[in-house]
Ligand binder design. Structure first.
Ligand SMILES: [Zn+2]
Length: 173
């Protein structure tokens, strides 16, 4: 009698008893669960979490970009600085003409030099070729980028990327 009680297992999810070893109930809880809960709750949750992770990894991250070479910003009159993303949106908007202002490159920098007045913060640089003028470029240097800005920044950059690729549509890979 005692043995029987000892061997009785109760599902940590539905509370019903089950036979055998049961299943690991992570990430629902740290206990074990019955086959039914495993199939209906635990496995679907794991698949969902895996899917979420894949989606999360696709998003543009707030971290320094590692692009080849660099783009000189400070040798033109048309470099403009903004305290933050909000300021950039107020001053320029995000619906400016991408033919006039061809956004051909972006960089995210992290200021790791304590001497730097922007130490410990991220800066977004948007490099545009002013196609009407040929010799001119517009560099938007946007300081104090935060995680909260990233979805809008990603939207803007996606639009710019589509625009760029559209100009190269005749070239097949
Ligand atoms: Zn169960």
């Amino acid at each position: 009698m005692e043995k029987e009680i000892k061997n009785k297992n109760f599902c940590s999810i539905c509370g019903k008893s089950y036979e055998g070893y049961g299943n690991n109930a992570e990430p629902i809880n740290s206990g074990r669960c019955c086959d039914y809960c495993n199939a209906m709750i635990v496995i679907p949750r794991r698949i969902q979490e895996h899917q979420n992770k894949i989606e999360e990894n696709k998003k543009l991250k707030l971290e320094p970009t590692n692009h080849s070479y660099y783009c000189e910003c400070w040798e033109t009159k048309r470099t403009s600085e903004y305290d933050n993303w909000k300021q950039f949106k107020e001053d320029e908007g995000v619906d400016y003409d991408l033919d006039y202002n061809l956004l051909f490159r972006f960089d995210i920098d992290f200021a790791d030099d304590p001497e730097d007045e922007h130490y410990g913060t991220y800066t977004l640089k948007l490099h545009h070729a002013l196609q009407r003028h040929g010799s001119e470029q517009w560099h938007a240097v946007i300081y104090n980028i935060t995680q909260m800005d990233m979805p809008e920044i990603e939207q803007h950059l996606k639009k710019a990327k589509r625009h760029l690729l559209e100009m190269w549509k005749e070239i097949e890979e």
